[in-house]
Design a protein around this ligand. Structure first.
Ligand code: NAD
Length: 477
């Protein structure tokens, strides 16, 4: 991450917002109302870790409460600071509006390197951080619902949910206080991979728009496109794995914190992940060339660049050298405002973070609804659907017999058609629908409006319209 005298992450987000707000015909004061972060709580707490008292600093920012609860992940990283948390909270507000998840925006973070602590320490720290937030309604099923982000996952979410339940044993909606929980702790199928899956669905939808493909200077379908990915964590791993396994993409570069791997014939994502799990590094992986200066690979020739690690990696120092015609922001804020201007000038098409990585919050929304309704999706209708499908297949089988060798129903069709949708299929369908609809709106708004020259501005304009309408409807007091 580099700043090189550029504005901060929050200033960058605010400036992109303000440019879009100028195109949005807002009444005086409303732009400021939407842009302002409503509150940021800073907490410092101490824990005795193996005989030594350590003090930790954490934040929870609430950007906008035009809809409640507010929603946004909790990040564990040494670099966490108030500016970053507020920028991420603002992005959450706009992201939820773009994909029509009925939440305001929030974000939390703890300044910690989780790799320096064992599981017991992390549980102690997480439960204490959660307690501090729960006491102030900054974790609550009806007011503020966190989720995983960098450095956290379903394990931390399970601890947070349990801590909330201990402090609120009579709250029947306790499980909805946080999303991204494990399946056996009130989670939902498909949440772990949802952000990466959303990136895949976003790219699929982009490649259903011939005009957009042409503007990017690309052609054809997603198949065989040369992809470089940065960050093989939760988002990057699933995005690149699905693109490789299901869309036949050629992953030619993987950038991690300790260097990069390149191979123009393709790199097996699953094998690299295994290698990282076994050695905690990408060094020593044999089926690709190791490059020590990992970030230099952001500038390599490819069709699609997917920054999926952290913010500010494409900045004024390297933007002009980035060769990818299409960048999809799987991470939050990977392109600074300065870099965005340079890339736009070059004609690079950027699928913006507030849409591209919204798969996580979309499936979190489904999980929250599941928790409130206390029933697994598909439980009521799956077998009924199978019974109906069976009726049709039985009738068609009669035709199959009559038509003899002129027509026959394949076994594969029968098996697939007969299977009713379970929770995972429904979650995928809901996510796919969300990503498709949102892209169609953003793309249409971009191409039909002379003042909108890029997908990011288009997404902001759409988000601003939805949030402004919400404020207008509720009144401001
Ligand atoms: P993660 O902690 O699971 O993974 C981050 C990965 O990036 C790790 O593999 C890490 O080693 C790598 N990394 C760290 N520093 C790096 C560097 N300097 N260069 C290259 N790689 C580096 O985090 P994640 O949950 O995958 O989140 C990644 C990004 O996606 C963040 O910006 C986050 O805010 C965003 N995001 C995550 C979710 C989610 O559901 N997890 C949802 C929306 C957005």
């Amino acid at each position: 991450m580099a700043n090189l005298g550029e504005m901060t992450f929050r200033e960058s987000v605010d400036l992109m917002f303000s440019k879009a707000a100028k195109l949005s015909n807002l009444e005086p004061g409303l732009e400021e109302r939407i842009k302002t972060c409503n509150s940021t709580y800073t907490v410092r707490f101490s824990i005795n870790i193996k005989g030594k008292i350590e003090t930790f600093v954490g934040y929870r920012a609430v950007h906008s409460e035009h809809m409640e609860p507010v929603k946004g992940g909790i990040r564990y990283a040494e670099t966490v600071n108030q500016d970053e948390v507020e920028a991420l909270a603002a992005l959450m507000t706009y992201k939820c509006a773009v994909v029509e998840a009925p939440f305001g925006g929030s974000k939390g973070g703890l300044c910690i390197n989780p790799n320096n602590y064992d599981t017991n320490d992390l549980e102690l720290i997480t439960r204490r951080f959660a307690t501090e937030l729960i006491k102030r309604d900054l974790i609550s099923p009806s007011q503020n619902v966190p989720a995983p982000d960098m450095g956290t996952g379903e394990r931390e979410m399970a601890w947070i949910a349990d801590q909330y339940l201990r402090l609120n044993p009579t709250d029947i909606n306790a499980s909805a206080c946080v999303t991204g929980k494990p399946i056996n702790k009130w989670g939902i199928n498909g949440r772990t991979e949802a952000t990466g899956r959303g990136v895949q669905y976003a790219l699929r939808e982009f490649f259903r728009h011939p005009e957009d493909i042409k503007i990017a200077g690309l052609d054809g379908s997603l198949s065989n496109k040369r992809v470089i990915i940065q960050g093989l964590g939760n988002v990057g791993y699933y995005a690149s794995k699905f693109l490789q396994d299901e869309d036949n993409c050629n992953i030619i570069g993987i950038i991690e914190r300790d260097g990069a791997l390149v191979n123009k014939n393709g790199i097996d994502v699953e094998k690299v992940k295994e290698h990282i799990m076994n050695t905690s590094s990408i060094k020593g992986y044999v089926d690709a060339k190791y490059i020590e200066n990992g970030n230099s690979i952001l500038e390599s020739d490819c069709d699609i660049l997917i920054p999926a690690a952290l913010e500010g990696v494409i900045n004024v120092s390297n933007a002009a050298k980035v060769r990818a015609p299409l960048i999809i922001e799987a991470a939050n804020g990977p392109i600074t405002h300065g870099a965005d201007e340079i890339l736009k000038e070059k004609g690079t098409i950027i699928i913006p973070d507030m849409y591209a990585n919204a798969g996580g919050v979309t499936v979190s929304y489904f999980e929250w609804v599941k928790n409130l309704s206390r029933i697994r999706f598909g439980r009521m209708q799956r077998r009924e659907e199978e019974t109906r499908n069976n009726l049709l297949v039985n009738e068609l089988s009669k035709l199959d017999n009559l038509l003899d060798d002129q027509w026959s129903m394949s076994d594969e069709f029968k098996t697939r058609y007969l299977r009713g949708a379970g929770e995972l299929e429904l979650v995928r369908s809901g996510l796919d629908d969300t990503m498709r609809n949102a892209y169609q709106q953003i793309s249409e708004n971009w191409k039909s409006n002379d003042n909108i020259h890029d997908l990011r501005t288009s997404a902001y304009v759409l988000a601003i319209k939805k949030i402004a309408d919400s404020y207008r409807a509720q009144g401001i007091y």
